[in-house]
Design a protein around this ligand. Structure first.
Ligand code: PRP
Ligand code: HPA
Length: 178
């Protein structure tokens, strides 16, 4: 799968010392604004799931939406939004997760899936894995089946993808930055 990984990795911009000193921020905007890289990014996910029966793509607010929408379209699947707290208008389920300072919450409409639906959960990046894990818990609470959680970027040194695998989730990432 290096065909996809190398192109995407090379298109990601690393911004040193942002948002604070010592952090090397992996900036995906340079992938999105490059027509070749953006197409290849979506193709990487389509290639991975096109021969499976996927009922819905669940995408995480906000950068996950950018990947989730074209992927759902290409797979002829539904698109479900996992949103930051307070954005969804109907009855919701909520999961809290830890941030470096404090906590955050993600929310999902209770009727977003039918029990047994096969779902791929998508985001741009896995760091500590807290966001992806909280979103996974929401989906499982509704009784849908998570085929895989997937992201453009894994930061394996932060341990998120390992933690997700320990929770019994399949994890796919297009590229990694040690
Ligand atoms: C970033 C990123 C992931 C999450 C990864 O989102 O897009 O969703 O953090 O971090 P974690 O693995 O440690 O949970 P952010 O909360 O910055 O939101 P945004 O997409 O709205 O910018
Ligand atoms: N890039 C984008 N989002 C992030 C990062 C990063 O390096 N770390 C945590 N969230």
């Amino acid at each position: 799968m290096d065909y996809f990984a190398d192109t995407i990795r090379n298109a990601i911009r690393t911004v040193p010392d942002w948002p604070k000193p010592g952090v090397a921020f992996r900036d995906i905007t340079t992938v999105l604004q490059d027509r070749t890289a953006f197409r290849k990014l979506v193709d990487a996910f389509v290639h991975r799931y096109h021969d499976q029966k996927i009922d819905a793509i669940a995408a995480i607010d906000a950068r996950g939406f950018i990947i989730g929408a074209p992927l759902a379209y290409e797979l002829n699947a539904g698109l479900v939004l996992v949103r930051k707290k307070g954005k969804l208008p109907f009855d919701t389920l909520v999961e809290d997760y830890e941030l470096e300072y404090g906590t955050a919450s993600v929310e999902l409409h209770k009727d977003a899936f039918k029990p047994g639906d096969k779902v791929v959960l998508v985001d741009d990046l896995i760091a500590t894995g807290g966001t992806m894990l909280a979103a996974s818990r929401l989906i499982r609470r509704i009784g849908a089946e998570i085929v895989e959680v997937s992201a453009m970027i894994d930061l394996p040194d932060l341990g998120g993808s390992r933690k997700l695998r320990e929770e019994g989730l399949n994890v796919y990432t297009v590229c990694q930055f040690e």
